[in-house]
Design a protein around this ligand. Structure first.
Ligand code: PHB
Length: 355
């Protein structure tokens, strides 16, 4: 029976273990350019079977928070190259998460102070994080149908840039209430054109993005992240079970890279109601699970054959040597939430390794 320490092949890329570092926003990229400190942070965590980077904005319009890295400029590509070199020198593998926040932004963060874009002009409840602190979200501008090819092309170009920056693959972020998820779920997508209405139409943008990225990377180097019932960022679907079984079936027909599913609701507003075994059964490729897994639950998920890979977020913040700690059954350092977002080395590169 496989366990967390059994190697796993993503096509021609062999992961030495099934323990994946989940994508996590840390807001330590001033001017949206990756730094040497970020290279050190990821290098420390290179014993992960796979590292998935924090979300990287595919365009200036894709940015939703101060200090998040991008992957659209030459300086960003050069910055990421130092990160991937550090990870590779330490024996690791790293994908970059391609991110567009859609309506989860603010004019303060947008080019020319424009409103953020979204499938429909529906204002999210809550506050955006700006340079001057939290400010209420504004009503986004609904994308014109004629603008959509440009967004798809920004994902394609970001995938090209990711290759230049030395990544081993890309993860398309279609979860957590950001742009692609805003198209997928009917609470945020009220379009009446080919990109709204039926699940087939709501899936169209994600399908086009996957197809565009497939021109740049082989399928096994492309992951997709979904979060069927996460309420984070004020998003919801009227029937997540039906919606996401169909989305995953459609995804399964066009790609065979890993599917990364955040189970349940990060916000704790709703009890898990989706039968994930059915979501899993709808996908023919590698399956990665996430959200609150510990060593025991992760081991069960792999041993039972439910999942191929498990990603860990908070445990990787506080334990650069998480793989070795799991191997030894050693105690874990606890993460300090006060240093999750922004700042410098404190709470970032100063968590202790085992002796
Ligand atoms: C966050 O900044 O808290 C965050 C960013 C991206 C996600 C989820 C959470 O997908």
């Amino acid at each position: 029976m496989p366990d967390l320490f059994t190697p796993f092949d993503l096509g021609d890329l062999t992961l030495p273990n099934r323990i994946v570092m989940a994508p996590m926003t840390r807001n330590r990229a001033p001017d949206n350019v990756p730094t040497e400190l970020m290279a050190e942070y990821y290098r420390q965590r290179a014993t992960a079977g796979l590292i998935i980077s924090e979300g990287a904005a595919i365009s200036p319009q894709a940015i939703g928070y101060p200090g998040v890295p991008g992957i659209y400029s030459e300086a960003q590509v050069a910055g990421w190259k130092r990160v991937t070199d550090a990870v590779h020198d330490a024996g690791g593998r790293m994908f970059i998460q391609l991110w567009h926040v859609g309506r989860i932004s603010h004019p303060d963060l947008q080019p020319d102070g424009a409103p953020p874009v979204a499938p429909s002009a529906l204002r999210p409840a809550g506050e955006a994080m700006t340079f001057e602190g939290p400010k209420p979200f504004v009503t986004p501008r609904a994308l014109e149908i004629g603008e959509i090819p440009q967004i798809v092309d920004q994902y394609r170009q970001a995938a090209v840039n990711a290759k230049q920056a030395g990544f081993d693959g890309v993860e398309i972020h279609a979860a957590n209430g950001y742009l692609l998820d805003q198209f997928l779920r009917d609470g945020t997508n009220r379009r009446t054109d080919a990109y709204g209405g039926s699940v087939e139409n709501r899936f169209r943008l994600l399908g086009e993005v996957v197809e565009a990225v497939k021109h740049i990377w082989p399928e096994h180097r492309i992951g997709v992240r979904l979060s069927p019932e996460n309420r984070f960022n004020d998003i919801a679907d009227s029937n997540p079970q039906v919606t996401f079984e169909e989305i995953v079936t459609r995804l399964s027909a066009i790609t065979s890279g890993y599917l990364h599913v955040l189970e349940g609701d990060m916000t704790g507003q709703s009890e898990p109601a989706v039968d994930y075994a059915r979501v899993r059964a709808a996908y023919h490729g590698p399956y990665m699970v996430n959200n609150g897994y510990d060593l025991a639950r992760a081991t069960d998920a792999i041993a039972s054959g439910y999942a191929d890979l498990v990603s860990f977020g908070r445990p990787f913040i506080a334990n650069p040597d998480l793989v070795e700690r799991f191997r030894r059954g050693a105690p874990l350092n606890e993460p300090d939430e006060a240093t999750f977002y922004g700042g410098g080395a404190e709470g970032y590169t100063d968590y202790p390794f085992l002796e």
